[in-house]
Design a protein around this ligand. Structure first.
Ligand SMILES: NC(=O)c1ccc[n+]([C@@H]2O[C@H](COP(=O)([O-])OP(=O)(O)OC[C@H]3O[C@@H](n4cnc5c(N)ncnc54)[C@H](OP(=O)(O)O)[C@@H]3O)[C@@H](O)[C@H]2O)c1
Length: 274
């Protein structure tokens, strides 16, 4: 896909791999909508993009640890923009950001489930009319190889909590959403795919986990850009990639009854039901 003149929203693009992807798409002439919580970091990225002579990005500040924040982001983007050609749900927190203990969002949901999954679910649905109107268009969900099945009796992980389980549950939720949404979007010209960008890129979330980085944002960014614009994935949907290679995700992603449960819960929690 030639992204020149296209509008691409990348959540979590004030840092890490999202920041790299935003810069690369701007370089190719896209109007990038950058997002994060920190206005200073956004300004630094915008200045960098403009100083290279590329189209100035538009910054949206929103905290996705509340559903009101996610809703506000969607409403602001919908009010300002005429089209969304690509949505990259990339914002996220790792297993150890803010410490090893269980944490909750402003709405009382387990924090990783809320930020990494529910916010992107809400954002995608609120922006879907615009994304459909721009078809052929794409949604890319930045997930992970770290995947833990959802226990539907304790989705908010009130028992046996660990940061890595919470992170992995949120990432499998994104993949289940991808498979589910792809089915719903058949015939609309909108595709949705998910991926593990690269293992332990040198980013804030990896460093916050005390992990020694093993790869770069350039490597993970190339895998995200592949799903954003690769011709070989045009028209293909509901897939999971490990880097550049298509692979199967955790079995729960292909369990239609589990996906239905997750969808119903997510519609209820986000207030989108009905
Ligand atoms: N790093 C890896 O090795 C790796 C591996 C597999 C998958 N991933 C996935 O790749 C994506 C990007 O990760 P990264 O490593 O680039 O992380 P990162 O450097 O820590 O960047 C995370 C981004 O998400 C934003 N963010 C975090 N919490 C937010 C919140 N509550 N509200 C709004 N924005 C928020 C941050 O914004 P602020 O600037 O406001 O903090 C930042 O822009 C994540 O979905 C992650 O799960 C990463």
């Amino acid at each position: 896909m030639d992204v020149n003149g296209k509008t691409v929203l990348i959540t979590g693009s004030t840092d890490g791999v999202g920041r790299y992807v935003a810069g690369e798409l701007a370089k190719q002439g896209a109007h990038v909508l950058i997002h994060g919580r920190d206005a200073g970091r956004a300004r630094a990225l915008a200045d960098e993009i403009k100083s290279r002579g590329h189209t100035a990005p538009t910054f949206y500040q929103a905290d996705l640890s509340s559903l009101a924040g996610a809703r506000g982001l969607a409403d602001k983007v919908a009010a300002d923009q005429k089209r969304i050609d690509v949505l990259v749900n990339n914002a996220g927190i790792g297993s150890q950001n803010y410490g090893p203990q269980r944490q909750e969002s402003a709405d009382g949901h387990e924090l990783r489930f809320a930020v990494n999954y529910l916010a992107g679910f809400l954002l995608a649905y609120r922006l879907l009319p615009m994304i459909k109107a721009a078809a052929p268009s794409r949604i890319v969900n930045v997930a992970s190889l770290g995947q833990h099945p959802i226990d539907f009796d304790d989705v908010m992980i009130t028992k046996n909590y660990s940061g890595s389980r919470a992170y992995a549950q949120s990432k499998l939720s994104q993949i289940m959403f991808t498979v589910d949404l792809a089915e719903e979007l058949k015939g609309t010209g909108v595709t949705v795919n998910s991926l593990h960008p690269a293992t332990y890129m040198n980013t804030t979330m990896v460093r916050a986990g005390g992990i020694t980085p093993m790869s770069t944002v350039e490597q993970g960014g190339a895998a995200i850009l592949h799903l954003v614009q690769g011709d070989d994935v045009a028209g293909r949907s509901g897939l999971f990639f490990n880097g550049m290679n298509e692979m199967k995700a955790n079995a729960q992603a292909y369990d239609a009854s589990a996906r239905k449960k997750l969808r119903e819960l997510s519609l209820k929690l986000t207030g989108l039901a009905g």
